[in-house]
Design a protein around this ligand. Structure first.
Ligand code: GDP
Ligand code: MG
Length: 275
């Protein structure tokens, strides 16, 4: 499967961000903690220029604490400002707010020295569905930014004032082309690429392959199948077990694949990290 997804509205979004970033003092780059490196986007980073960036590892409730620790250390080692958060957890609001203020400390002091008293402007960016709008809502304590579990919910720019900050919600953007197809597939797993352009059967068979290699025993435990078989065979076993069958008893590939990917996204397969 070769994944390619760069709809016209993303070109428009990037152009808007290029303009708006001039007004911003810093950026919060929201990454999905399940595959943070796949969520990096060179094109987007190019837009940020030299402004300070806080990397927010969101959805950290969906990865193990060991994986989270390893990832965080890798970011720290590269001298990046990083904070792990859960968009639906109150405690994360303070952590994120503090991380932003710390990263923008110099900017704030510069303003202060000049006698300028204005909120710090921060662009919240990232690929689709990582939880940008959710984090903004968490910070401001209400549902100002529209959210939803699929790519492309945020269509326009939106400024939200929160204490000393003014946050700009932005539409998610993917790179114009995916240089790393493994990473692109991770984004398809987590729902950051429009599902309509993805072959779900292939995606779920690849997921089975990944789980067999990296999370031994999970498929057997969750679906009561023999995971030692070839990935497609495991797929058909899951389909039978879960009754994803057509009228004549034939495997319903489409239903089975939807079921498996949905189980992954709902966390029913446990905490899965895509390395
Ligand atoms: N499990 C989990 N789900 C989250 C978290 N943050 C956001 N979500 C869900 O992820 C989906 C996408 O969120 P949204 O804010 O619309 O993402 P955006 O496209 O980046 O603005 C929504 O269904 C949120 O409820 C989190 O920390 N953990
Ligand atoms: Mg959004």
């Amino acid at each position: 499967m070769h994944l390619q997804w760069f709809p016209g509205h993303m070109t428009k979004a990037l152009r808007m961000m290029e303009e708006e970033v001039k007004l911003c003092d810093g950026i919060v780059m929201v990454l999905d903690a399940r595959c943070p490196f796949a969520c990096l986007n060179k094109k987007l980073s190019g837009v940020f220029g030299n402004k300070p960036v806080v990397y927010a590892l969101n959805k950290s409730d969906l990865v193990s604490s060991e994986d989270l620790k390893t990832v965080t250390e890798l970011f720290v080692k590269e001298g990046k400002s990083v904070v792990s958060v859960v968009g639906t957890d109150e405690k994360s609001a303070t952590r994120l707010y503090q991380a932003i203020l710390t990263a923008l400390k110099d900017v704030k002091e510069k303003y202060k020295a000049k006698g300028v008293n204005k909120p710090l402007r921060v662009m919240v960016a990232g690929i689709p569905n990582t939880g940008k709008s959710t984090l903004i809502n968490l910070l401001c304590g209400n549902k100002r930014a529209k959210t939803g579990d699929k790519a492309g919910v945020t269509k326009n720019k939106q400024w939200v004032k929160i204490k000393e900050l003014e946050l700009l919600d932005t539409p998610g953007t993917t790179p114009p082309s995916f240089e790393n197809q493994t990473y692109a597939e991770y984004l398809a797993f987590i729902g950051s690429i429009n599902d309509d352009i993805v072959d779900f059967v292939e995606l779920s068979v690849d997921l089975i392959k990944y789980l067999k290699e990296n999370y031994k025993g999970v498929l057997t435990t969750v679906y009561k199948v023999n995971e030692d078989e070839e990935p497609y065979e495991v797929f058909t076993q899951i389909a039978s077990r879960r009754g994803a069958l057509k009228k004549g008893g034939e495997i319903d590939d489409e239903r089975a694949s939807n079921l498996i990917i949905s189980d992954l996204r709902k966390g029913k397969l446990g905490k899965i990290y895509f390395k």
